[in-house]
Design a binder for this molecule. Sequence first.
Ligand code: GAL
Length: 409
Amino acid sequence: MKLTTKLLAATAMISASAASAVELEVTHWWTSGGEAAAVSKFAEAWNATGNTWVDGAIAGSGGTARPIIISRILGGDPMGATQLNHGRQAEELIEAGMLLDLTDVAEAEGWKDIVNPPTLLDACTLDGRIYCAPVNIHSWQWMWLSHQAFEDAGVDVPSNWDEFVAAAPALEAAGKVPLAMGQQPWQSSGAFGVMTIAIAGTEAWLQVNRDKDADVAAGPEYTKVFEAAVTAREMAAESNVQDWNLATNLVITGQAGGQIMGDWAQGEFQVAEQVAGEDYTCLPGLGVNEILDTAGDAFYFPKQDDPEIEAAQKEMAAMLLSPDVQVAFNLAKGSLPIRGDVDLSAANDCMKKGLEILAGGNVLPSGDILLSPDTQGQVEDLMVEFWNDPSITAADAQARYAAIIADAD
Ligand code: GAL
């Protein structure tokens, strides 16, 4: 090849890659230490393709971020990609035709064969078309216990909810907050959901959340849950923190006995270099009912009417599910990968417990999949009031809850 031809070829290559290098702004609410460590795995992988990840982190967790994300899309200021929980949060945006259809990517990449459990892809699908890329399985069904706190209190680390409740006086006597609980509405509402599945059982939870059966919500199984919630409220009375990760930090530093929180808490223990089984214990299903709900995160790509951006959006969608990216991201995040064909030998004890439960098929759909954002908002409002006002009895709260379920769609 003559030198000039070589140069021409090189120039052509450079301009080709420059033409395909796209900046995509990606919005998400991953701002705690563990979350930031995890999202950087996506950013690194994306930047390694020659494109640029423009980080659009929104502080304050999902409750704050989601309305901002949705109003930007509706208001004509769409980002390149955004995190949401897969489920019903994007339903209206899809119906309004504002999100990119990813069905061709999903078919080319074989998502139907690899995404496990299949409900995660179903949650991205409307009228047979796929609109999101699921990136992880997060489950709410965990309790995190501080070994330090129980050692200081002179009691064994509990192995279930009843033992935890029984240990509360010893924790209090040792100056600990028995139960860490942040003030953001979704936290008490999520903890209530976990107590429901553990205490009322899977069947009752499905009857209420899937079938919207208000009689079950008003019935005796749920009475037990509201009574347990009163106990939990007393145990959390001195927990004066706002953000979920600050509540997790009370557990990490031994100031609190435990926290009911989804497995994203695991990212915080990791950043603090704590070891599962040595420094902390995780109890799936409060040690009572070992089952995981399969909530999680997915990426949606608002339509931009620009073929170059659209191509980059589809490239990112495929990348998010690729095996190496799945492993790196989920190990940092504390979530489980959405594909079973990846090497997770590096998983810690808690993730391994989660993987076993998943392999045994002991899973439930998440509340995000079953309940509309409106119903979820009403439950959150009730829980905030209930957790902050000890004069609201278990019976009052249960009656109000049953009325919300009676109206739920
Ligand atoms: C959830 C999300 C998790 C986690 C958590 C706390 O909605 O699925 O990835 O980040 O919020 O921010």
